[in-house]
Write a protein that binds this ligand. Structure first.
Ligand SMILES: [Zn+2]
Ligand SMILES: [Zn+2]
Length: 353
């Protein structure tokens, strides 16, 4: 079975071709179909900002490392006992690449994100098929296309970020980083009644995209003074909620200075394992009483992501589509930054949408 995988560890941006990480189509065996499993013929699988980190060896260096966790597809086969969520062969689905076992202590304490068996079904989805536990799958509404459906997983991250902000209607909100997660989070925050909604992003096209989707203000942190702009926009009070969706080590410290007293700061990205940020406890936690938090994975978020997906405008995130055989090129385009997101078509299905 054709699967997209990292075949050489290294930065996909390395100018030296010999040292550069490599992503190719390889042959992996199809996973066995257990009694509670569902096999899905994958339609679309999107490249995630975290995939280049896998190429750099962030989660291990034994190649090949199969990729792909943002996907949609059509049910092809069901295990004997896979009938608890009513799925049928031919159903259009998307899902969670992680299976929460439901049995371990964290699962039973309402902290699925710390499930002790979280990797058991984490399989590469940039492939012709994927086999998941039935609890990982969600049937797409008829009016959500398979192409849009592959964004259910990143939408679940935006939902989880929103959960961690504990945002209230009318809160002033800033988002740092206008990549796909930042853009989806922007739309979710707008639904929440965020005010002074601001996107802070150095790339002009991404700021413009944010403006088209509800940002009231945009700030270029390179050419503008983001602290002065924040004062202007928030009457000197700062943002009640600040969300980092950039993962940029240059950006993360300044975020504390644009947060309002008593505000919440969500570090909603992945950060380099060795990176440490200095934190003045007196300024930020004592005097300002900031709440700092982060997001690992998205427990309890998929059903609600499915509810809001039809209301999100994601056409600009699904505009660049490459066939599975062209995966290497798709990754080159992804790292070039020419498109806000790149999607791989793993099988062709007829769709009216
Ligand atoms: Zn992702
Ligand atoms: Zn568990």
């Amino acid at each position: 079975m054709k699967t997209v995988a990292v075949t050489r560890i290294g930065s996909l941006r390395d100018p030296d071709e010999k040292a550069r990480g490599r992503v190719e189509v390889v042959d992996f065996p199809e996973q066995p179909l257990g009694p509670e499993d569902v096999r899905v013929r994958v339609a679309y699988s999107a490249i995630c900002g975290s995939d280049p980190h896998l190429a750099e060896g962030y989660f291990g260096t034994d190649v090949p490392i199969g990729l792909g966790h943002e996907l949609s597809g059509v049910v092809e086969a069901l295990g004997d006992r896979a009938h608890r969520n009513g799925l049928q062969v031919g159903d259009r689905v998307a899902g969670n690449f992680l299976r929460f076992c439901g049995t371990c202590r964290p699962c039973q304490e309402g902290k699925q994100q710390f499930c002790e068996h979280i990797q058991e079904y984490n399989r590469p989805g940039m492939a012709e098929t994927i086999t998941w536990h039935e609890s990982q799958l969600y049937k797409l509404p008829d009016y959500v296309s398979l192409l849009k459906g592959c964004l259910l997983e990143p939408t679940s991250v935006a939902v989880r970020i929103a959960d961690k902000t504990r945002v209230r209607v009318g809160d002033r909100v800033a988002i740092v980083g206008g990549g796909p997660i930042g853009q989806l989070t922007l739309q979710v925050m707008r639904m929440y009644g965020a005010t002074s909604l601001t996107m802070i992003e150095p790339i002009a096209e991404r700021r413009e995209m944010a403006t088209r989707h509800g940002a009231e203000f945009v700030i270029d942190p390179v050419s503008e003074d983001q602290f002065a702009r924040t004062d202007e926009i928030t009457d000197g009070r700062g943002y009640d909620v600040v969300i980092d969706a950039s993962g940029s080590t240059r950006a993360v410290k300044g975020i504390l200075d644009i947060a309002a007293k008593g505000g919440t700061v969500v570090y909603g990205a992945m950060y380099p394992a060795q990176f440490e940020m200095p934190l003045n406890l007196s300024d930020y936690l004592y005097l300002k009483e900031l709440t700092l938090t982060g997001v690992f994975v998205s427990p309890y978020a998929f059903p609600r992501a499915l509810q809001i997906l039809p209301h999100l405008d994601v056409d600009e995130l699904t505009a660049a589509v490459f066939d599975l055989d062209d995966a290497s090129e798709a990754f080159a385009v992804h790292v070039s930054g020419a498109h806000p997101k790149v999607v791989i078509r793993c099988n062709r299905f007829e769709e009216s949408q």
